[in-house]
Design a binder for this molecule. Structure first.
Ligand code: FEO
Length: 622
């Protein structure tokens, strides 16, 4: 029985899944199965784009029969002749004898090599200058040699802005009912398999993959239909940005992949000691026993992480077999642009380190740390200094580590009593204009601390700096409004309410008379998305700030714009730091909150920002 899915009105997925295959291409385990995608375009002419592996032949033929609805098949476009996409070509010809095969010159050679097909009067040869018009649609062909074989071409349909990408953008894993990447949590559940597919199948040919990306960049693409895995119709950038990294061998994440081969656990012990010390230094680590984890997973991880540690026992006077295979595999996949450290073990003649080094030295742009950690049988206390030396060398390449980590030793301070102020910035905050009224005086200030406290009774809390005039007014009147700022809020609004004191200025003077809620307090009608009025029920002096708990007396939504978060403000609203007049000569410190620049060699510890009143701890060196 057929099993198909519609992609557009005239494009249908007619592929099939295989969940019984143990080893894809005889070498890559596929525990979640694999899909073989094929697409049927039903225009004035009917066009099948690629076929499938012989394992799913029967379902595939049923699928085409259903999707054609009794029509003849006019064209079979063969983009890639590897048999997982061409194995059913003879069956197609038998069933639809009038079908014309559309392919490139190199593909025709391979068709003749693989199959007994009389190609006379059967083949329409195409290249980048010979599109195939099918009625409403025209398929344009783009040669993509070595992505993943030399004959590969991809096809572009400008009518629906679809790229049929052959092996590019493919993914291991059966489709399980979902056809589109947006029907699953791709990043969480499938990105690792997409990376494993790319790294192992196409990884060697980064230059060619990059060339294809460059050609594709000139096209308006709204959908990508690969030969394995999901169709992309949303968030194409999610997968394209990964391909931009993978094809240029740039790591996705900074961190260390430790791969070890250990017969009795002593080499593993050395790798684990180093991994623990790296983690203590704040460096991300992943570890693989190369004798247990399939090589394709480690190759895939190598495309993800920035640094490697290879730890191998010596075996038959060489590298341990599984480690040797891994290093060869990585070199064969052209891994580059990484830093590597080596641990060797050998009870009487450790040689594996030097041999691994020789192999890595042949890879492009791999920096190998000078010091090899050399162990005889088991790690001894005297060798901890060697591990420390490698640790230090690796950690020195992570300048972004939190400030409190000692860059020389990688050591973190004692846990007790250490407070990283940056941790507070990891909390998520909104941004609000808190307004109050005392007699005829209106005032307001920017706060980032408003939150619902309870649902019943409906209460919110706000925390406001005691130096702010608005705080005084709320303490006196017990009433306030919160206007929730939206992402369209300009920096000028933050300046208006955040960088001057209501004691000396009328913050509303340069704007039309503000609207008011029933409590008589002004609110901000634009660049906000809701307004909440509240009456204070309790307050608490928290030191620099006063916390108010208040009953909500009115709340309304005035815009569908997203709320501005504190992070959004920093990323999108706050202007970049102004240049000091003679930047080369002068030193200064910039307020992370408002951008005010203090010029001077040393920022006094008790310095308060004259604009936003934040303290010295919120300044960074310019
Ligand atoms: Fe899925 Fe290169 O074939």
């Amino acid at each position: 029985m057929y099993c198909i899915r519609k992609i557009t009105d005239d494009l249908t997925w007619v592929g099939a899944n295989d969940r019984r295959l143990a080893m894809f291409e005889g070498v890559y385990s596929v525990p979640y199965g694999v899909s073989y995608n094929s697409y049927l375009l039903t225009d004035e002419k009917t066009v099948l784009i690629d076929t499938v592996d012989k394992a799913v032949r029967q379902r595939f033929l049923e699928n085409i029969g259903e999707a054609l609805k009794g029509r003849a098949l006019d064209y079979l476009v063969l983009q890639h002749i590897e048999p997982d996409h061409s194995a059913v070509v003879c069956d197609i010809i038998l069933r639809w004898p009038e079908v014309k095969i559309v392919c490139g010159a190199r593909a025709l050679e391979f068709i003749k090599q693989f199959y007994e097909i009389d190609t006379e009067n059967r083949v329409i040869m195409v290249d980048e200058n010979t599109p195939l018009n099918t009625g409403k649609h025209t398929l344009n062909f783009i040669m993509a040699p070595m992505v993943h074989w030399p004959e590969v071409m991809v096809s572009y349909d400008p009518a629906d802005k679809i790229l049929f990408s052959a092996d590019a953008f493919g993914c291991f894993g059966a489709l399980n009912g979902a056809l589109f990447a947006d029907e699953v949590d791709f990043n969480k559940d499938y990105m690792d398999e997409a990376r494993r597919y790319y790294a192992n199948i196409v990884g060697k040919y980064g230059t060619q993959a990059e060339a294809l990306l460059n050609k594709a960049a000139a096209l308006e693409i709204e959908m990508i239909c690969p030969l394995h895995g999901f169709v992309w119709r949303k968030n194409l950038k999610e997968i394209i940005s990964k391909y931009e990294l993978w094809s240029t061998y740039e790591p996705e994440e900074k961190g260390v992949m430790l791969a070890y081969a250990s017969v009795y656990g002593n080499t593993e012990n050395a790798a684990e000691i180093l991994a623990c010390r790296l983690r203590e230094a704040g460096v991300k680590t992943v570890m693989f026993d190369v004798s247990v984890t399939p090589a394709s997973e480690i190759v895939s991880a190598a495309f993800k992480w920035s640094h490697f540690v290879f730890a191998s026992t010596t075996y038959n006077a060489g590298i341990f077999v599984t480690m040797e295979a891994l290093v060869n595999d990585l070199a064969a996949h052209n891994i580059q642009n990484r830093t590597a450290a080596i641990i060797e073990n050998g009870s009487w003649a450790p040689t594996s380190g030097g041999l691994i080094r020789e192999k890595l030295e042949k890879c492009k742009n791999i920096t190998i740390l000078e010091n090899t950690i050399s162990i005889k049988s088991g790690v001894k206390k005297e060798q901890l200094k060697d591990i420390e030396a490698v640790l230090k060398a690796i950690v020195s390449e992570f300048p972004e580590l939190p400030e409190n980590i000692n860059k020389q030793t990688g050591a973190v301070p004692e846990a007790s009593g250490v407070i990283e102020r940056g941790a507070m910035f990891k909390l998520s905050y909104g941004l609000f204009i808190l307004t109050a009224k005392d007699g005829k005086k209106d005032n307001g200030c920017i706060i980032n601390t408003a939150a619902q406290v309870t649902d019943n009774p409906l209460r919110i809390s706000v925390t406001v700096n005691k130096a702010n005039f608005t705080c005084e007014m709320i303490m006196k009147t017990g009433s306030f409004n919160v206007s929730v700022l939206s992402e369209s809020a300009p920096f000028a609004l933050f300046k208006q309410f955040g960088f001057s004191s209501g004691k000396d200025a009328d913050k509303f003077k340069d704007m039309p008379p503000p609207p008011r809620t029933e409590n008589g307090i002004a609110y901000i009608p634009t660049h906000t998305n809701c307004v909440i009025s509240a009456e204070v029920t309790a307050s608490h002096d928290c030191g620099s700030h006063m916390l108010f708990i208040a009953d909500v007396t009115r709340a309304f939504i005035n815009s569908s714009e997203p709320s501005a978060t504190y992070q959004y403000y920093f990323d999108n609203i706050k202007p970049g730091p102004p240049k000091l007049k003679t930047q080369e000569d002068k030193k200064g410190f910039i307020c992370k909150i408002c951008g005010y620049v203090y010029e001077g060699e040393v920022l006094p510890g008790d310095y308060i920002c004259p604009l936003c009143k934040h303290g010295a701890e919120d300044f960074d060196p310019v």
